[in-house]
Design a protein around this ligand. Structure first.
Ligand code: SF4
Ligand code: SF4
Length: 367
């Protein structure tokens, strides 16, 4: 059965601007039904890594917060600590990043709370009994919220190819144990002939897994946790991802974690995709890559799988149009950051485990 995905283009005119369109999408997607009276409503957002400017901006979130408050919901903005040593590693510093990036009551309309506590240990175990995980550690504040608005910035991703709602929740709404498990399948390997020994990878590795020995870059696989940071930072593209085991496993794990996160939110979650500043790398990096395509618009749905499928399809269509305009011919089943693996295994598996449907009807709101 196909799910409804509502779409509005990013452009505005004298009759309505982008913020009006976001309000209209809230209604069109049926989100009024999601918010219960006096619900604490978790807005899962990404506050952005310092140095990166391509996240969903707080002024886009404000109209959604306003709509939730009109329904007597009590919104708060939230995310979890990251796995690597950035300012988002603990809740105190993460809150400062959120404030510096304008995520606060004054701009976005709601206060900020880090969902998994000071050091990422505030989690609730949710039993799922799936192929990779028996239980999922869901961030406490997200688990305990009555309902959710999931705000996702669509980008490419160095490990999963595509970063949409499943990546946002699978990585960003769960505890550290889950994040480690997703990354456990990936290790870097050196293309020796391309390496200039600039040491950029070594300086930026969050775990100190890289060293220079006998004028050769060496990876310590016992220390590396597979974040992929060295792959993206290398200016010579001298590091490739080496997959241990089934390369599709990370995507499947993200889908299972998302299933655990949403276990107590049946009919209580609305999902948003922002197809703006669509970069090949995700918002966790300390820089923003140039957008791969022009801004497309906003999507809203009650079905996270349909939403991700529609988001990916729209980006691929734009990439194909762009390639044709440049005389390069259309592309096929690859997404922005895909490492030669299909980007949509996460969607196929999500559908298999009952998270939603890849079939969708795209309903475009009038400009
Ligand atoms: S960043 Fe790339 S080129 Fe520089 S030392 Fe590391 S692998 Fe070699
Ligand atoms: S993937 Fe690269 S940057 Fe990340 S921990 Fe391993 S060696 Fe370090």
């Amino acid at each position: 059965m196909s799910s409804k995905v509502c779409f509005a283009t990013v452009g505005g005119n004298v009759k309505q601007g982008p913020l009006d369109k976001i309000r209209a999408l809230f209604e069109a997607a049926g989100f009024s039904e999601v918010i219960g009276e006096r619900d604490l409503v978790a807005f899962k957002v990404h506050f952005g890594e310092p140095g990166n400017t391509s996240r969903v901006q707080p002024h886009y979130i404000r109209p959604i917060v306003d709509e939730v408050e009109k329904l007597n919901g009590r919104p708060f903005l939230t995310d979890t600590g990251c796995l690597y040593f950035s300012k988002r590693y603990n809740a105190r510093d993460h809150l400062i990043v959120a404030e510096e990036h304008g995520f606060n009551r004054a701009t976005a309309g709601a206060p900020v709370l880090i969902a998994d506590g000071l050091r990422g240990s505030d989690v609730i175990h949710v039993q799922v009994g799936l192929k990779h995980f028996d239980s999922i550690d869901v961030a406490g504040a997200i688990h305990d919220a009555g309902s959710m608005m999931v705000i996702t910035h669509i980008t490419g991703h160095v490990l999963t190819g595509f970063a949409g709602t499943i990546k946002n929740l699978g990585m960003g709404a769960a505890g550290r144990r889950m994040k480690m498990a997703v990354h456990s399948q990936v290790r870097p390997s050196l293309k020796e002939d391309k390496c200039t020994r600039c040491e950029a990878c070594l300086e930026n590795c969050p775990t100190g897994a890289i060293s220079l020995e006998d004028n050769l870059i060496v990876f310590d696989n016992d220390v590396c946790y597979g974040c992929g940071e060295c792959v993206a930072i290398c200016p010579e593209h001298a590091i490739k991802v080496m997959w241990h085991g089934d390369p599709r496993e990370a995507q499947e794990k993200l889908a299972e974690i998302t299933k655990g996160v949403l276990a107590n939110k049946q009919g209580r979650a609305g999902f948003w995709s922002f197809l703006t500043n669509i970069t090949p790398t995700c918002d966790c990096w300390n820089f923003s890559a140039a957008p791969a395509v022009a801004d497309i618009g906003f999507l809203a749905s009650l079905d996270p799988v349909a939403l991700d499928q529609a988001s990916g399809d729209l980006v691929i269509r734009s990439l194909e149009k762009q390639a044709l305009a440049e005389g390069a011919g259309g592309s096929s089943d690859t997404f922005l950051g895909a490492q030669g693996e299909s980007w949509n295994r996460q969607l196929a598996y999500a559908e298999e485990i009952g998270l939603g449907s890849r079939e969708y009807e795209l309903i475009t709101l009038e400009d």
